[in-house]
Write a protein that binds this ligand. Structure first.
Ligand SMILES: [Zn+2]
Length: 352
């Protein structure tokens, strides 16, 4: 009898040691099991400086690590505010594993109300990965995220919306490559678990950044290149604060956590009964600098040959009429007047 009790206690302790989470060391600080810690990571290049606000959640059970970035584009408010909600929505006492949440990767773009680029060095953070340790501020931010967050992640999520001029349909997306079938399939399942009605495949076949010899440029592409299942959220538009988009983002991340097994308590999953999968996108661009007048809005279903809008010069003369090149859903359309030669005006998603 005594021996049995000892055995049971021994087994219980072993199982306890096997699952209890230890501290998570981040930036020389121990994040204790069942707690969260806030970090403001300084990024300095000699003449300029910024900081990256990061929350690290360490669960009570041992598990995997999820990296999440918001505000890679600092004018995209829905993901930034969604990430604010997650600070309180994620309870480390009911968590398995670790979540590293970048609250605002592009702090200078945010404070400077600057779409796409940082006002400090004029660079687009989401074209700067994997970054440079001795580069400009934006390149150093990319380097920090690559080397201290992506490098530690088993899964990765980057959250965006339509930037200042972009009217955008809500969707999730996953990175895919036929040479990486398992990582791609896991990414697809993750993207589906977010519960969006539309799921876009970012196919990287033939893109040589996957084979190491070219920069990844995109935050999520850097994670995918390292063999990490990687997904994006695109939700919100035009620098507008829309509560439904903010709530959608926070809810979809909780669904993802549930799917990945990070939540110890049941969470209601956001589900889409019939998600539409999109593997092909058609881009239309402007041939001129000038003013754009959209004739459609994001989410519209368009037929090949339909007018999407037109570009005029500064005296009102029409320079270009833009027509749909295929049937499909309008994933994005520029909704404000300025347009530059070569810029994307519209993206049509061909529905599979
Ligand atoms: Zn973005």
């Amino acid at each position: 009898m005594k021996r049995e009790i000892r055995l049971i206690i021994g087994l219980w302790m072993m199982s306890g040691f096997a699952t209890a989470q230890s501290s998570f060391l981040f930036q020389n600080k121990d994040v204790k099991a069942g707690t969260k810690e806030y970090f403001s990571i300084p990024i300095i290049d000699g003449q300029d400086s910024t900081a990256i606000p990061v929350t690290v959640f360490n669960g009570i059970e041992d598990g995997e690590t999820l990296g999440i970035t918001a505000g890679v584009h600092g004018y995209e408010y829905a993901p930034i505010l969604g990430a604010q909600k997650l600070i309180h929505a994620i309870n480390p006492e009911e968590l398995k594993g670790v979540i590293i949440l970048v609250q605002l990767a592009g702090l200078e773009s945010f404070l400077g109300r600057s779409p796409y680029i940082s006002p400090v060095d004029g660079k687009n953070l989401n074209r700067s990965f994997p970054g440079k340790i001795n580069g400009t501020i934006t390149e150093r931010v990319a380097n920090f995220i690559s080397e201290h967050i992506i490098s530690r992640a088993d899964y990765f999520l980057d959250m965006h919306s339509g930037d200042a001029p972009e009217d955008l349909m809500k969707y999730s997306a996953y990175y895919s490559n036929s040479d990486m079938p398992e990582v791609s399939a896991k990414g697809k399942e993750m993207a589906l678990s977010l519960g969006f009605d539309h799921v876009v495949q970012f196919n990287t076949d033939g893109k040589n950044y996957v084979e190491e010899d070219k920069s990844s440029l995109y935050c999520t592409a850097e994670a995918f290149k390292r063999g990490i299942p990687s997904i994006d959220i695109e939700c919100g538009r035009m620098g507008i604060v829309e509560q439904d988009a903010v709530e959608k983002i926070a809810g979809s991340v909780l669904s993802l956590l549930d799917y990945l097994g990070f939540l110890l308590l049941d969470n209601e999953r956001a589900v889409s009964d019939t998600p539409i999968l999109i593997s092909q996108r058609i881009y239309s661009s402007s041939n001129f600098n000038g003013m754009f007048y959209p004739a459609k809005k994001a989410g519209d279903y368009v037929i090949k040959g339909m007018k999407l809008g037109h570009v005029t010069d500064y005296f009102g003369a029409i320079l270009q009429t833009v027509y749909a090149e295929e049937d499909g859903l309008l994933l994005m359309i520029i909704a404000t007047p300025p347009i530059n030669k070569g810029e994307d005006i519209a993206v049509i998603a061909k529905v599979d």
